[in-house]
Design a protein around this ligand. Sequence first.
Ligand code: CTP
Ligand code: MG
Length: 232
Amino acid sequence: MMYSIVIPAAGQGKRMKAGKNKQFIELNQTPLIAYTLQVFEEDEQCKQIILVANEYEIEAMQDIVRAYNIKKVTRIAVGGMERQQSVYEGLKQLEGPDEIVMVHDGARPFIRESIIHELVNATSKDGGAVVGVRMKDTVKRVSQNQIVETIDRSELWAVQTPQAFWRDSLLDGHKRAEDEGFVATDDASIMEWVGSKIVMVEGDYSNLKITTPEDLLMAEAILRKRRMEHDS
Ligand code: CTP
Ligand code: MG
């Protein structure tokens, strides 16, 4: 089954402290966002990519799309102040009949095609699905530096992207969220808020979101391992 994808890349990467949007940080002379784009360029089930960029970085993104020969990028949308606005702007660019749409962070370059396909299948069956991993750490609720409770880990998942829904329902959710001032850090939160059923697809820990400087060390290690797998 085919899908379209919106890739928000319009953030500032403040926690990375690189003095620029982390999407442009190079790993092996290749910008971070190029890795993410390549995954979907190569996936035969992906039919088009809407890339969302900061208004000042449209040209720089265009250059990367050209340099890495990413043919599926049909539009570069201008993002907003928050991730939610950037995703909404991207979704508005999709035309034609209802279809499965995925939202995937530009900052998650290590998503595997097999997991993307599991997500597509789950969405076509259940209407909405997200990728996540089981929590490794014990999690506690803390108030004013004092532990309030320990949360039962067996039910806790750390949510990643991609997150996939039918486009018309996701657009509806975003519209309602904007109208009613509901703000969330991921798309599933919006769809939970409107009451949609969403299933969890178990992914893997290598699909990290490059967020802080130490994530770059992990990213280099993952790249090295994948290159070894590829060469052997
Ligand atoms: N994003 C976006 N538009 C925004 C904010 C974030 O498109 N206004 C994108 C980022 O570019 C990233 C993804 O959403 O690919 C996840 O956000 P996050 O990891 O928080 O990235 P940044 O917002 O760039 O980083 P920070 O929060 O540290 O500033
Ligand atoms: Mg952010």
